[in-house]
Design a protein around this ligand. Sequence first.
Ligand SMILES: NC(=O)c1ccc[n+]([C@@H]2O[C@H](COP(=O)([O-])OP(=O)(O)OC[C@H]3O[C@@H](n4cnc5c(N)ncnc54)[C@H](OP(=O)(O)O)[C@@H]3O)[C@@H](O)[C@H]2O)c1
Length: 329
Amino acid sequence: MKSNHQYNNPVKATLKGIRDLFKKRGRIGALHPDEHLKGKTVMITGASSGLGLATAKQVARLGARVVMVVRSGIPEKGNEVRRASGSEDIIMLPVDLSDFNSIDTLVSRIKEEIGTVDIVISNAAVVAAKARMTKAGLEEMFMVNYFSAYYLIRSLLRQNLIATDPDQPARIIIVGSESHRDPAEFDWDAFGQFQAHAVGKTVALYGYYKLLLVTFAFELSRRLNQKQITHSVFALCPGPVNSNIAREAPAFFQPILKLVFRLFFRSPEQACEPVVYLATSRSLNKKSFMYLFLMEEKSIDEKALDTANGSKLWTLSKQLAEKLGYPLL
Ligand SMILES: NC(=O)c1ccc[n+]([C@@H]2O[C@H](COP(=O)([O-])OP(=O)(O)OC[C@H]3O[C@@H](n4cnc5c(N)ncnc54)[C@H](OP(=O)(O)O)[C@@H]3O)[C@@H](O)[C@H]2O)c1
């Protein structure tokens, strides 16, 4: 895969993240003290750890009903959010985002137990030490980091499980990464194909799947909002976060990574500010698309803005789901 060589190995990616943190940046704004999420249902994937867990606590403090969609941590992470926020309105639903059947079960449970969701935060991701094959034959990082977001969000939309109120459009928030700028091009021929890889290629693939994710976010906004704005689709990069994201890094690298993360990276509580802002801010009502890097509004990479790429990704994703026996009903 051709790369722009900024995020294509763990050392470069970490150093670039630290440099970015110390650069002077603009700020889009801050939440007004009277802004809240009372009456809103917020669903967060990957809410058991790091950024997702910190976001769950913050949106619960702001009064939201929180649906924590998790692979692990039931019930203890929900109890942690209840204690931290003082809210009892916390629901936990299990999912394995590497498994289509598990996502289908999640969507059924949302329909039966939750009803419509006002704000969807697609946050879960994995940085895998090597390629692992899912039950459907996909590469796990491709499935969890891109395709599950496509499949889950489109399933929720198809089943009218995301609220539609033209006065207060629903928000779909996608946690991306600045590393989406690193791949030099799309590799459409290899789309969805299992590619064996070792840890050396993981960081480059992570950036590539974030490129797919951000391209999907822009295309989704374009398709949903053709006549009027019904859904705000927002994407962001939280900057470097002291989370569990590097849990699969080689053992010899772990102590140094943990030290660097602790010394230089932001805590999940600090890093979730753009996620919470995008979920809550009144000033963003009726915006169709926005991307934040930390708290600065930025344009996404031009490859992701190119509607020919967005259409191609949309078509290939739909075809892949059909081919694997999971058409969007
Ligand atoms: N950390 C950074 O420096 C950084 C920088 C830029 C962007 N981001 C993005 O921020 C988001 C959150 O990451 P994080 O840093 O908070 O990492 P994290 O602490 O590792 O959290 C990742 C979350 O994803 C969940 N997850 C992974 N595989 C899953 C699966 N198959 N099914 C369901 N859930 C699954 C994990 O669940 P378990 O707890 O069960 O494993 C966990 O809750 C990701 O999208 C990441 O790409 C992070």
